[in-house]
Design a protein around this ligand. Structure first.
Ligand code: KG4
Ligand code: ZN
Length: 346
């Protein structure tokens, strides 16, 4: 019997609902993005995000059920992202999912957002199975995971401070680009020379798989401010190219080394920053050299979406990782942890 999971995603500024069949097939995928509204403030305003989720959550769910051509009673479980993310925003999706599960008398499945990003690869590549090494690079996280199976993973390395996406967005803001700046900087970088503005590449002593991007962010911001004070022009394309190049040179060797260290023959990438063309090209080149098979999901599956949560929810459901009516949400949580048991483990 195939399993249909309806999943809600509301961890940041996207209200999304998707329906998966057996974890690989997506029957519906509806996203309402609040990005334009937050762009007015130059970043996500948590209070506004929560309120917008409240307005849109039942609409995206209704639309998803219609799109899938099913009825609510066909659903086997209802899932929602419960960690990590903006707490007020998470609570909207989780409460909606819990209430829906209760009304349908079906299990509620809490999902870890970062695990969801990894699962985007299972949709893009139906033949892909763990074990593998995963790189998740988004606006809030930069992490290397050793994925032993669908629901067991270990954090091998992570950013000690800012995520890579945070560096892109902050520099985009200083350059006057619309929020979030990552995609625009990527486009500009194609016309730029990465050697024009050398930026620092951080190394964390004794932690070869960890990252740091706050020094990179500050160096780039200072470069722009110093130039402005002296009335000089910064060539945006060159700074964008230097930024993408530095992030790629920081991330790629660590991911490859982590895969080699664990004897993994597959690497998959995920998260909004995995859409970056310089990062994708370097990953491709270096994986080929190392004889590692690389999985790069299409751009649409890199950023936040409901489909990835619906896919991971299937695997959590099959593993018995279901929550009860008391299930809480958590602003931070390592991807190695089972969300449904967080209260015991945190
Ligand atoms: O995964 P995501 O959609 O949301 C989070 O979970 O954070 O990632 C959003 C981040 C933003 O920081 C955005 O600027 C960045 O991904 N991003 C990019 C690109 N496209 C999106 N960064 C670099 N290059 C891109 N092409
Ligand atoms: Zn995300």
């Amino acid at each position: 019997m195939s399993k249909l999971i309806l999943a809600l995603e509301s961890s940041c500024d996207e209200t999304a609902c998707a329906i998966s069949r057996d974890g690989r097939e997506i029957l519906a995928d509806v996203i309402y993005s609040q990005a334009d509204m937050h762009a007015l403030y130059g970043g996500v305003v948590p209070e506004i995000a929560s309120r917008k989720h409240v307005e849109k959550i039942s609409l995206v769910a209704e639309q998803a059920v219609r799109q899938a051509g099913i009825s609510m009673k066909d659903i086997d479980a209802v899932a929602a992202t419960c960690a990590p993310g903006l707490i007020g925003a998470l609570l909207v999706g989780a409460n909606f999912a819990k209430a829906t599960a209760l009304a349908l008398n079906k299990p509620f499945v809490p999902v870890h957002h970062i695990r969801g990003h990894v699962a985007a690869n299972y949709i893009a590549f139906p033949e892909l199975e763990p074990p593998m090494t995963a790189l998740v690079a988004s606006g809030g996280h930069t992490v290397i995971l050793d994925v032993a199976d669908y629901t067991h993973m270990e954090v091998v390395g992570a950013s000690r401070d800012d995520a890579a996406g945070e560096a892109f967005d902050k520099i985009g803001r200083v350059l006057g680009l619309p929020y979030p700046g990552g995609a625009a900087l990527d486009r500009l970088s194609k016309e730029g020379d990465p050697a024009k503005y050398p930026l620092p590449l951080a190394v964390i002593k004794d932690h070869p798989y960890d990252f740091s991007f706050s020094g990179l962010k500050t160096a780039a911001v200072n470069l722009v401010h110093n130039a402005q004070q002296k009335g000089q022009d910064i060539r945006t394309e060159d700074l964008a190219a230097a930024l993408s190049d530095t992030v790629a040179r920081s991330v790629v060797p660590r991911v490859i080394a982590a895969a080699k260290d664990r004897g993994r023959k597959r690497i998959c990438a995920a998260g909004g920053v995995a859409a970056n063309s310089t990062l994708r090209a370097l990953l491709q080149r270096e994986c080929e050299k190392a004889g590692i098979r690389l999985y790069l999901p299409p751009l649409k599956l890199c950023g936040d979406n409901g489909a990835m949560i619906a896919c991971q929810a299937y695997f959590e459901y099959m593993a018995g990782n279901v929550g009860d009516a008391a299930q809480n949400c958590y602003a931070t949580m390592p991807a190695s942890m089972q969300v449904c048991r967080a209260d015991n483990e945190l």
